[in-house]
Design a protein around this ligand. Structure first.
Ligand code: SF4
Length: 316
């Protein structure tokens, strides 16, 4: 398996237009203290681009900063073509539900969280309800998400803080959100980006791994990664860029076995060859809707081309 350096100018399958991307990447203006309801957010409905086998070609020499930025933006445009339906993969109806779901998503899959939260939100629909929960009962409900005692403590603490300090409303400012128990910068950015329309970069494990593979940053520290990526892309792209990269990390560019031979952005990737390059073998590594399987959400938004995830206890 040979590694090939990145091709700076993608051609054929790797080429997309600016005009198309601008329609996909538009952000909703910030609206503090008002939830962006999923069913009010029109998503472009179009089929995912078919995956083609691609072969990177050699670059002439070391890549300049300008060339890297151009390549990064081209990757973003390409990902917008491949995942026009990219979205947060947690089911939620309001900012409180998104905040709770994001806290629960630590060290587990969004699928497991989505299978757990229907019963949780039916029993504790508001911060007051959750703050008054019997800890052992709360623990039992969230047990499938793992680390359930620590997570229950965070949920009780953040619900009480919302009730006591913020009038039972989730605040729409980063500096307020990070004062809540169990809420760090990553969780706060997820909530701001998806419940308040405030542009945010979500540096989770997938995001960090992919942007390092693409040589957009060399940093491991999430805050430094966030700063590097913020310097490459305009704010209006931050939220959708995060979704696209996380989608690609979950479906194609996996941690241990990236499906390079079935990767639509291989011509733009300096790490092509880190994973399986045989197209047929690589295709079998694709996950969720890319591999013909259900997605992670029990209630996927309109335009999602895969099947909804099964409820807790159903065959997965
Ligand atoms: S799957 Fe391979 S070619 Fe595609 S982005 Fe990941 S490392 Fe690069």
């Amino acid at each position: 398996m040979s590694k090939s350096p990145v091709r700076v100018q993608a051609k054929g399958a790797g080429q997309v237009t600016e005009a198309h991307n601008s329609a996909v990447g538009e952000q909703v203006p910030a609206q503090p203290r008002k939830a962006k309801k999923e069913d009010e957010t029109p998503k472009p409905v179009k089929a995912a681009k078919p995956v083609k086998a691609v072969k990177p070609v050699k670059a002439a020499g070391p890549e300049s900063r300008l060339a890297m930025v151009r390549r990064a933006r081209r990757i973003n445009r390409e990902l917008a073509e491949v995942y026009p339906y990219a979205h947060p993969e947690l089911d939620f109806e309001n900012p409180f539900e998104l905040l709770v779901a994001t806290v629960l998503s630590a060290q587990t899959t969004d699928l497991r969280v989505n299978q757990t939260t229907p019963a949780l939100f039916a029993k504790y629909p508001t911060p007051e309800d959750m703050a008054a929960a019997v800890p052992e009962e709360l623990e039992q409900i969230i047990r499938p998400t793992g680390f359930f005692r620590a997570k229950a403590r965070s949920l009780l603490g953040l619900s009480a803080a919302l009730r006591d300090n913020f009038g039972s409303e989730v605040p729409g400012r980063l500096e307020d959100l990070v004062t809540l128990p169990g809420v760090g910068r990553k969780t706060a950015n997820v909530v701001l980006g998806n419940a308040f329309g405030v542009p945010g970069i979500t540096v989770d494990t997938h995001f960090g791994r992919l942007v390092r593979r693409w040589k957009w940053t060399e940093h491991e520290d999430p805050e430094k990664v966030e700063a590097d990526i913020a310097a490459i892309f305009p704010k209006s792209e931050w939220t959708m860029l995060s979704h696209r990269i996380i989608f690609h990390g979950r479906r194609v560019c996996h941690s241990r076995k990236p499906a390079c031979g079935a990767c639509p952005i291989a011509p733009l990737c300096p790490s092509y060859g880190e994973g399986e390059t045989d197209p047929e073998k690589a295709k079998k590594l694709l996950k969720y809707e890319m591999g013909g399987h259900p997605g992670q959400r029990l209630k996927p938004p309109p335009g999602f081309p895969g099947e909804p995830a099964p409820p807790l206890g159903a065959a997965e």
